[in-house]
Write a protein that binds this ligand. Structure first.
Ligand SMILES: [Zn+2]
Length: 51
């Protein structure tokens, strides 16, 4: 299981990197569009935690 904890407390989960990146992008597009615009794919990958 891969997950990314957003600073707001939201947790995106997925079976693999692509899924969890899709989840966090969807969440950030809704709740943090300005943050999403300023982060790179590498930043997002760096936030992934494997459990
Ligand atoms: Zn958030």
């Amino acid at each position: 299981m891969k997950l990314i904890r957003c600073e707001c407390g939201y947790v995106a989960r997925g079976e693999n990197n692509d899924q969890v990146l899709g989840e966090i992008r969807g969440h950030m597009a809704t709740d943090h569009p300005a943050v999403l615009a300023s982060v790179t794919q590498q930043d997002l990958i760096g936030w992934i935690v494997t459990e």
